[in-house]
Design a protein around this ligand. Structure first.
Ligand code: RFL
Ligand code: PHB
Length: 392
């Protein structure tokens, strides 16, 4: 088989890249090691930045997002038993975020790729990439018909943090920045009406909690837990009672409980590889960088990467220039580090770091929260990062 761009991974990065390339008249094949059902059901991100929403709308994959996505103009920071609203739109000249599940984005992109006769190969086993330093790199994999080979001009590594493409960049040619946080998140999806209209980020002595949502009937909630915590330690009762404690306000706000339909624990880490490209391999999304989810940035950053990569490949094929491909890594990493900074800051602001309690850090955290919720300048810093930094 032959194509112009071989894309490894059918997550948001790989699918969006394939879609954008198609619109630019460039052919691609997406190779995914999981099944379509698995990829479409994986519950993850929920917050789309203003630019992500605009890109989906302007490229014809935003119809259901416009219909079903929930446009939000603010978020709440809750601490010391009180809520404080951050007016995202008011502080950013009217920009908004949309709450729309990542698996819905994936479904919309798959649907459109298939309608455009795009090739997505699911359940490809033992995926490998070779010859990335030549002009004819290859992706190979095993399907029910045996070993297959895809010859390409370029390979896009969109296979997430646990993928295989990143390792093809020789150790001597890359720097890695890695940081593990001393906690994880237990995330649940519950069949109950959200107890709030806007997202609540809560800081509590017992740890962080987040109230998000998916629809008028579905709530998405997270609790800070031990990094190596086990779901077996968390009965439904314990989850709800811990959430109620961390969200409690002095004026008696109540959390609605309901059946838990999905649950998982995720470790929290920051990771960046530099450069994000080598020879004819270009990494995009979680394969190149990870942020803790407190800033709601991972999926949005993946979309920013592939937008740049699609533009660079378009320049290569239509204008016979590689200037954007050459600067791809440097151009992406500017935003990647801004997002790393913001996600680290939001995480540090809201989590409990030390089991034994650290009074100095505790006081600093409270001072920072009071500043962010009382100074327009400080709140603007949060808001412009949360809705998505423009222009980088
Ligand atoms: P993905 O989504 O991991 O997709 C990679 C795809 O590659 C496949 N794959 C392979 N395919 C072929 N061969 C191999 N050897 C392969 N190995 C893996 C995988 O099966 C998969 O289909 O990466 P991508 O496309 O870069 O997208 C990144 C996002 O998924 C991620 O950044 C976000 O989910 C992060 N994130 C959030 N991001 C936001 O922008 N807003 C949020 O509100 C938000 N909340 C979250 C999050 C991530 C979370 N978890 C579970 C890590 C909340 C959570 C709890
Ligand atoms: C979610 O809705 O899953 C979500 C929202 C905000 C975050 C992380 C996850 O910061």
């Amino acid at each position: 088989m032959r194509t112009q761009v071989g894309i490894v991974g059918a997550g948001p990065a790989g699918l969006m890249l394939s879609h954008l390339l198609h619109l630019a008249g460039i052919e691609s094949v997406v190779i995914e090691n999981r099944s379509r059902a698995y990829v479409e059901q994986r519950v993850r991100a929920g917050v789309l930045e203003n630019d992500t929403v605009e890109l989906m709308k302007s490229t014809g994959v935003g119809e259901r997002l416009v219909r079903e996505g929930l446009v939000h103009h603010g978020i709440e920071l809750r601490f010391n038993g009180e809520g404080h609203r951050i007016d995202l739109s008011g502080l950013t000249g009217g920009r908004t975020i949309s709450v729309y599940g990542q698996q819905e984005v994936v479904k919309d992109l798959v649907d459109r790729r298939l309608r455009d006769n795009g090739a997505i190969i699911y359940e490809a086993e033992d995926v490998r990439i070779d010859d990335i330093e030549t002009a004819t790199p290859r992706v190979s994999y095993t399907s029910v018909e045996g070993r297959q080979e895809l010859r390409c001009d370029f390979i896009a590594g969109c296979d997430g943090f646990h993928g295989i493409t990143r390792a093809a960049i020789p150790r001597s040619a890359r720097a890695v920045y890695d940081w593990n946080y001393p906690f994880g998140w237990l995330g649940i999806l519950a069949a109950v009406a959200p107890s709030t209209e806007e997202l609540i980020y809560a800081r509590h002595e017992q740890g962080f909690a987040l109230h998000s949502l998916r629809s008028p009937e579905l709530s998405r909630l997270y609790l800070q837990v031990e990094p190596d915590d086990d779901l077996a330690n968390w009965s439904d009762d314990r989850i709800w009672s811990e959430l109620a404690t961390r969200f409690a306000t002095r004026d008696g706000w109540t959390l609605h409980e309901g059946p838990i339909i999905e649950r998982a624990i995720t470790p929290m880490r920051s990771f960046v590889i530099d450069p994000m490209s080598y020879g004819r391999l270009f990494l995009a999304g979680d394969s190149a960088h990870i942020v803790p989810p407190t800033g709601a940035k991972g999926l949005n950053l993946a979309v920013h990467d592939v937008r740049r990569l699609a533009q660079a490949l378009e320049e290569h094929y239509t204008r016979h220039s590689d200037s954007l491909l050459d600067s791809y890594s440097k151009d992406c990493l500017r935003r990647v580090w801004q997002v790393q900074r913001f996600s680290w800051w939001m995480t540090s602001l809201l989590h409990r770091f030390d089991d034994a309690g650290d009074p100095h850090r505790d006081r600093l955290q409270r001072a920072e929260l009071e500043y962010v919720t009382s100074s327009r300048a400080a709140a603007t810093v949060l808001a412009e990062n949360y809705v998505g930094l423009p222009g980088i």
